[in-house]
Design a protein. Structure first.
Length: 370
């Protein structure tokens, strides 16, 4: 078995938690003498709203909601989407040297195997789904992210949903479901799940930790040796809190310009379905189908996930639809109907962006077109 340092911590602040993960990377560049790889399983102080490295924080996180609820916010070094962290979520950080012969998606898949194995011990069958998620029957249960620094060190992040306060999440994140009124919670419940929900028993990030550690041991052959942070790591993390993770240059480094957004309607035998689409250039940032259905069909949630960061191009969308809707859409309409709706919304979004590139308002829910 490969020996790994194993670090445990609870109740960390947003800036301190992220800074320590990055501080661990300093000893894992090829220019530094070989260091033991590290896995850190920890929880954040309730609560922290964290956006991904390449996201626009002001578009992903409700700063008013964070101020109103006393929620900390920050930007991760890793990619992926905006998340809420607290005692109900387990944070995973893996730090080692970057492999030279693996693509980023292969690295994500490799490290996620430890989480999948840990969840399996609880009777939960999770699988790699989409670009940055682990899913259980189409519902997200963990997010994944990756950062390779210029010096050759790797940081893998995951946030595992032991539990989730959905109304609170809707208050502090600007996600597509946030403005669906009394249907918002149901829209999120159709797309995410938690360890608590899957097992029927309450879980926290801290109580989930042991099972995840065992998953890494058994699936990846890691010999986890519990360790304490070194004085050098703590000093470097404190420095990063002040110089980076508390600075506006890091937090608000992207333009506050809103995304291009639009909607499209789809007529189905069960009623009208509305698509909400957000676009960055010719790339789809997010897609959300809503309607009067009790449970969104799994093929539609797969399509939503596949659309994220895909080009709004006919051939690309037809390819994704063919993959997601091999057994039908579940809505009583063909895949070509949903593909056409995506193209329609993307066309509207592009026109609105050209007409008013500096508009303000919700980045996900524009005013209804008349």
């Amino acid at each position: 078995m490969t020996r790994w340092r194993y670090l445990i911590e609870d109740d960390v602040s947003a800036a301190a938690g992220l800074a320590f993960d990055e501080a661990l990377m300093d000893s894992h560049s090829p220019a530094v003498a070989a260091a033991e790889p590290v896995v850190r399983l920890y929880t954040y102080r309730s609560h922290a709203a964290l956006c991904g490295r390449y996201q626009n924080l002001k578009a992903e996180i409700s700063l008013d909601g964070c101020r109103r609820t006393g929620t900390d916010f920050n930007r991760r070094p890793t990619g992926g989407g905006a998340i809420v962290m607290g005692e109900g979520q387990l944070g995973v950080a893996v730090v080692t040297r970057a492999p030279t012969k693996k693509r980023p998606d292969e690295v994500l898949l490799h490290y996620s195997e430890g989480i999948v194995a840990g969840l399996a011990k609880l009777g939960i069958e999770a699988a790699f789904g989409g670009k940055n998620d682990l899913v259980v029957q189409g519902r997200k249960i963990a997010g994944l992210g990756l950062y390779l620094d210029p010096e050759g060190a790797l940081l893998f992040h995951s946030s595992i949903l032991a539990d989730l306060d959905i109304p609170f999440m809707l208050a502090v994140l600007d996600i597509p479901a946030a403005k669906l009124g009394d249907k918002a919670v149901a829209a999120v419940e159709q797309r995410v799940t938690t360890v608590t929900r899957e097992t029927g028993h309450p879980w926290t990030g801290a109580t989930l930790r042991e099972g995840v550690a065992l998953g890494f041991t058994e699936a990846l052959g890691w010999d986890l040796v519990e360790s304490d942070p070194t004085a050098g790591e703590m000093a470097r993390a404190a420095e990063l809190v002040e110089s980076k993770f508390s600075s506006d240059d890091w937090l608000f480094q992207h333009s506050p310009q809103p995304d291009a957004t639009a909607t499209a309607l789809v007529k189905t035998p069960g009623g009208l379905v509305r698509l909400y689409l957000a676009l960055q250039g010719d790339t789809i940032k997010s897609a959300l189908f809503t309607g009067d259905f009790n449970d969104i069909p799994p093929p539609v949630t797969r399509f939503e996930g596949a659309l994220k960061w895909a080009r709004a191009d006919t051939a690309e969308l037809e390819r994704l639809a063919a993959s997601c809707f091999a057994d039908g859409t579940g809505l009583g309409v063909g895949a070509e109907v949903l593909t056409a709706a995506v193209l329609e919304a993307a066309g509207k979004a592009a026109v609105r962006e050209m007409a008013d590139p500096n508009r303000t308002g919700s980045c996900y829910f524009p005013e209804e077109e008349q």
